[in-house]
Design a protein around this ligand. Structure first.
Ligand code: GAP
Length: 519
């Protein structure tokens, strides 16, 4: 689909989000896949600055999870796995979305999303009531008491509870007719046609399949992995036997996953090819809830460290846990199109290892010397989407500012460590030995930092370009530099410029972009 058509299609989303999407293309963060052939739905490529930002987010996750935890080790398992893996994991039989079509618009929707959107509207109504009351009562306002007593809020809450209970029961029973009836009873209309002319609800498996080798028969069908987690489970013994780990310990990996999402929307939020950063933490049976709570807390701290305010993040308990889990919660981010899942934390019990034991005939047990017992460990999983985190970081940092002199600028106030370019090196002029001096400075900094050399355009234009890329520092080399070995260093956020000695640059930049502050 043409990029501009895609922009128009997002009619219900606000201008800010459209501007962020345009910014990504204009400044080389994200391009539609195979654009010269008009693109491929819900598939995107990361450009020169997008790949740097994505890599930095991934590094931040890896450092926080693997480098700072002695009891977590890494893995990079293959995308293709033995087909029985997906039978054992339950994905062949149960990795389905309930879908419904509107007969007039011919548009297909996820039935669960249509219903959850209604619940979300009631939730937003309540938030608005609270906001209004807060303004009315000022400091004396007691939100908890207001929520517990206000008749409008209680009515909305009762409605939400009723929908959620009914929907949960229908999902658990796999009752597609009842899910359709909920949509009918809630009078949900198609956002495109405006009608309630719906088909039945059907289950649709989300795995992509392909053929291994040249002969296409059923036994050669393999799947593109829909999650990276199974690569960790099937390697449990390999890692245990080679890493000298003892329970509790974790295995982490980052990699591509593929899902044939029928309703792929909202730019890179829901795509058919995406990256997950997953960690499976193996624990003694009975201790899983304690670790589940530990990881909930720890992962929320990680998100806050990315600069997301407390009001931008929330936990959302799952209505229905996946086929493998006994407890599950999402960490949601407040995207321009509302609060949506960015990370899932799941208590997966011993489901996966037990299933792989059954299907492989191999024992996947741990001998616990402290209690002198063999057992199948329980697992707590943290699973965060790299692309969704990327989108959250972008949305959180994108700002359109009007400056004191009336000019406007777009700035990405990214955490400095995540910025694609750490320092732009800008000779004021293309002559008088200034470019040569700039190159000398690059030679000092380039081994530790991603730099950008730019000598074209006015210095003001060059600053604006770096602001739009989120570059924390611009260093300008002028004629004074040649006399006293000083440069000006400009801060992206305050735009303040300071004259400093070239000898101090390594320390200044190193302090600003070092990982320690963020971790
Ligand atoms: N191993 C568990 C698992 O895969 P999930 O909740 O289905 O759990 C985990 O996925 C994370 O992967 C989500 O929180 C989300 O960030 C990301 N994710 C899932 N589907 C996605 C999609 N179609 N596009 C982009 N990210 C996706």
């Amino acid at each position: 689909m043409d990029y501009n058509i895609y922009l128009c299609a997002m009619s219900q989303q606000d201008d800010l989000f459209k501007n962020i999407v345009s910014h990504c293309k204009e400044y080389g963060f994200i391009f539609p896949s195979s654009e010269i052939y008009d693109g491929l739905g819900a598939v995107y490529d990361y450009g020169p600055y997008g790949i740097e930002l994505k890599k930095n987010i991934q590094d931040f996750w890896w450092k926080a999870m693997v480098q700072l935890h002695e009891n977590i080790v890494g893995l990079d398992s293959a995308i293709f796995m033995h087909p029985t893996t997906w039978k054992a994991s339950g994905h062949v039989d149960a990795f389905n979305d309930p879908l419904i079509d509107n007969k007039d618009s011919k548009k297909r929707y996820r039935a669960d999303v249509l219903i959850e959107d209604v619940v979300e509207k009631y939730r937003q109504k309540n938030d608005k009531e609270v906001e209004k009351a807060q303004k009315r009562f000022g400091d004396a306002f007691d939100e908890a008491q207001f929520r517990a007593t206000n008749p409008n809020i209680l009515r909305n809450q009762a409605k939400m509870d009723e929908i959620e209970t009914r929907f949960k029961a229908a999902l658990e029973a796999g009752d597609m007719a009842e899910i359709k009836q909920i949509i009918v009873d809630l009078e949900i209309a198609c956002p495109i046609s405006g009608t309630r002319n719906w088909t039945e609800v059907r289950q649709f498996n989300l795995m992509f399949s392909t053929q291994l080798g040249s002969v296409a028969d059923e036994s050669s069908t393999i799947y593109l992995r829909p999650e990276t987690a199974q690569g960790i489970f099937v390697n449990f013994l390999n890692v245990l036997n080679t890493s000298r780990q003892r329970i509790p310990f974790g295995i982490a990996q980052v990699g591509k996953a593929f899902r044939n999402e029928i309703v792929a929307r909202q730019f890179i939020f829901r795509t058919r090819e995406f990256e997950q950063m997953e960690m499976q933490f193996f624990v003694r049976p009975g201790e899983e809830m304690q670790w589940y709570n530990y990881w909930k807390d720890s992962r929320m701290k990680w998100h806050r460290a990315l600069g997301f305010g407390a009001d931008k993040l929330r936990f959302h308990d799952h209505l229905k846990t996946a086929h493998y889990a006994n407890a599950a919660v999402d960490i949601e981010f407040d995207y321009p199109f509302g609060f949506k899942e960015m990370e899932g934390i799941h208590s997966r019990t011993d489901y996966d290892l037990t299933q792989h034991e059954k299907h492989s005939g191999k024992k996947l047990r741990y001998f616990d010397p402290e209690i002198n017992e063999h057992y199948v460990p329980y697992v707590v999983e943290t699973s965060v989407g790299l692309n969704r985190t990327f989108l959250a970081v972008l949305c959180n940092s994108y700002k359109e500012e009007t400056l004191e002199n009336g000019e406007t600028r777009v700035v990405l106030s990214l955490p400095a460590n995540l910025a694609p370019i750490k320092v732009a090196v800008l000779p004021l002029m293309k002559k008088d030995g200034l470019p040569e001096k700039a190159r000398e400075i690059m030679d000092v900094l380039k081994y530790d930092h991603q730099l950008f050399y730019d000598e074209k355009d006015s210095i003001g234009k060059r600053y604006r370009r770096q602001d739009a890329l989120g570059t924390p520092y611009c260093i300008t080399i002028d004629h004074q530099t040649l006399e006293d070995n000083t440069v000006t260093i400009r801060d992206r956020d305050t735009m303040a410029q300071e004259r400093v000695s070239i000898d101090t640059l390594e320390a200044i930049v190193g302090k600003k972009v070092g990982w320690k502050q963020l971790l």
